[in-house]
Design a protein around this ligand. Structure first.
Ligand code: ZN
Length: 258
């Protein structure tokens, strides 16, 4: 499996499911060049995904992805319904008739997901704050509470991540619902599953469920990239590939050849 092959598979598929594992985690404030490397990889991933109907599940809690193009709240993700509309307008229909039809049957405003709405971070987001004593399920945006103390009980606030003593999961649940709805729509569709850098640290988040998703969707192709554990289960033989390399480096390499 090389970069060209991945691009060919991307072109041929309808949906792309992306999992970003431990290899993408950054430690904020630690400047060792990894951040630049990861940001380059996010850029490359954006180039690969920008014209696809995709969803990203990430284990990184550093929220750096939201500072990249992948986290844009302005740009929208291309979807099937958009494809249909483009088809309609290309059929050379009588413009006057179309205009009249639109007056009689105004187009419904369909919500189109922004790129930001195609990311779910079930392990949390450390820039969001929660009460360290969990006296409330409130979650605050960065800078919302300047003294970083809980307005209800006065305890220090902490990052809204799995590292909190009691993790308030309400932070990611709305996105999780969006994700499971999207995932249901991949069944029996040509789906490329890119599992990037998810090892055995917390395999219940990405690694195991992705194997299951690949197994149940006979039209899925599963690509697992990891610096130590790229092995593919036997059940996926012929429908998967494992690449032994740091997934951040590998994805960055996709962009260099573009
Ligand atoms: Zn509190």
């Amino acid at each position: 499996m090389n970069h060209e092959e991945i691009k060919r598979r991307l072109e041929g598929c309808e949906k792309v499911l992306v999992g970003l594992g431990e290899e993408w985690k950054l430690v904020r404030g630690q400047y060792d060049g990894r951040r630049e490397q990861v940001c380059r990889a996010y850029q490359a991933l954006y180039e690969l995904l920008k014209d696809k109907d995709y969803f990203i599940i990430t284990m990184a809690t550093d929220a750096v992805i939201y500072e990249t193009l992948l986290g844009s709240s302005q740009e929208q993700v291309k979807t099937d319904s958009q494809d249909d509309q483009e088809l309609l307008s290309c059929q050379g229909a009588d413009e006057e008739l179309l205009a009249r039809m639109e007056r009689v049957f105004p187009k419904k405003e369909v919500h189109k997901d922004s790129r930001r709405e195609r990311i779910v971070a079930p392990c949390g987001n450390e820039t969001w704050r929660q009460c360290s004593l969990t006296c409330t399920k409130d979650i605050w945006e960065p800078g919302e509470i300047p003294d970083d103390l809980c307005p209800h009980c006065g305890a220090p606030l902490t990052g809204n991540t799995i590292d909190a003593q009691v993790y308030i999961e309400e932070g990611y649940l709305p996105q999780w619902e969006r994700y499971t709805r999207w995932l249901a729509g991949t069944l029996n569709r040509e789906t490329l599953i890119l599992e990037l850098g998810a090892g055995f640290g917390n395999p219940g988040v990405i690694r195991f469920p992705f194997e299951k998703t690949a197994y149940f969707n006979q039209k899925a192709f599963f690509c697992r990239i990891h610096r130590k554990f790229p092995q593919i289960t036997e059940e996926l033989a012929g429908r998967g590939a494992g690449i032994l390399q740091d997934s951040v480096e590998w994805i960055s390499g996709c962009c260099e050849r573009m």
